[in-house]
Ligand binder design. Structure first.
Ligand SMILES: C[S@@+](CC[C@H](N)C(=O)[O-])C[C@H]1O[C@@H](n2cnc3c(N)ncnc32)[C@H](O)[C@@H]1O
Length: 269
């Protein structure tokens, strides 16, 4: 399991919050009694969603003890946090909203996982998911390239370097649309959006990915091996992106929202 550093992750909190707000903005208005935020991370956005959507009962689920510990600061009467594996999570048709922001990419087999999440939705309930779609970006390509080069390659042992979960797991936007249709959803909205971030410098792009995609290397290597990997990574990334100040950092993400039909609503489908 990947261990997370909430402080490293929070460094780009406002840039990460924008797609979250956009995702909530795609939801159909209506009362939300029970909701779950799968892969809730440090909990700020879970609490924000609960407040903005006036959710009566919000549960944030994550498997990182560090993230859950940070999230506990946001516990309140209607918000709580639980340990769980989002790749196995499901419930019995009793949720009005299943939300997952920047977390689904960490688990494989999205058709099976989304089927399990769908089973958790009550009639009329909504699914709202955001995943990065940036496996082709220099930040990701360079990480894979450096990891497969010596001395790093050998440092990962027999198993080899961990692969990029975004490249392995994230589907194309139209594949998500078809999947949602096959799962019986209505009001299907799938968006591919490019967030045009402007970072102070290229080195800030390294800081960004240290809080996300590079965590898989930090978790596999010793601290010394990771430092060496990071130095080579930074060197190669600066060569690939240019040592710029400021640094334009476009970030592609897929956002999708869909609703389970509600037979009781009849013509209002
Ligand atoms: C990039 S953070 C996203 C946090 C938050 N949703 C946000 O939008 O800022 C991804 C989170 O997913 C969690 N995560 C990844 N795989 C998971 C799994 N299989 N089960 C539970 N949580 C998982 C990580 O621990 C991490 O907190």
């Amino acid at each position: 399991m990947t261990s997370w550093d909430p402080e490293q992750y929070r460094q780009f909190a406002s840039e990460r919050a924008q797609p979250f707000h956009d995702l909530l903005g795609l939801l159909r208005p209506g009362a939300i009694r029970r909701a779950v935020d799968l892969g809730c991370g440090p909990g700020e956005l879970t609490a924000l969603a609960a407040q903005r959507l006036r959710i009566t009962e919000m549960v944030g689920v994550d498997h990182s003890p560090e993230m859950l510990s940070a999230a506990s600061a946001h516990t309140s009467a209607g918000i709580r946090f639980e340990h769980g594996d989002i790749g196995r999570w499901t419930s019995a048709g009793d949720h009005d909203l299943v939300l997952a922001a920047a977390s689904l990419q960490w688990v494989p087999d999205h058709p099976a996982v989304l089927a399990a999440w769908t089973a958790a939705l009550a009639p009329g309930g909504q699914l709202a998911v955001q995943v990065p779609a940036n496996s082709h970006a220099p930040t990701h390509m360079v990480a894979t390239r450096v990891a497969h080069r010596e001395p790093h390659r050998s440092a990962f042992g027999e198993a080899g370097p961990p692969s990029d979960p975004v490249a392995d797991n994230v589907l194309a936007p139209d594949e998500y649309a078809r999947l949602l249709f096959d799962l019986g959803y209505v009001d299907i909205h799938v968006h591919l959006r490019v967030y045009p971030h402007l970072l102070p410098s290229t080195r800030h792009a390294v800081e960004w990915v240290k809080g996300t995609t590079l965590t898989r290397f930090r978790n596999t290597l010793t601290p010394e091996q990771y430092e060496r990997f990071l130095a080579d990574y930074e060197h190669d990334l600066l060569a690939a992106m240019g040592d710029r100040s400021p640094c334009f950092f476009p970030f592609s993400r897929i956002l999708f929202v869909a609703r389970r039909p509600d037979e009781r609503a009849g013509a209002a489908q």
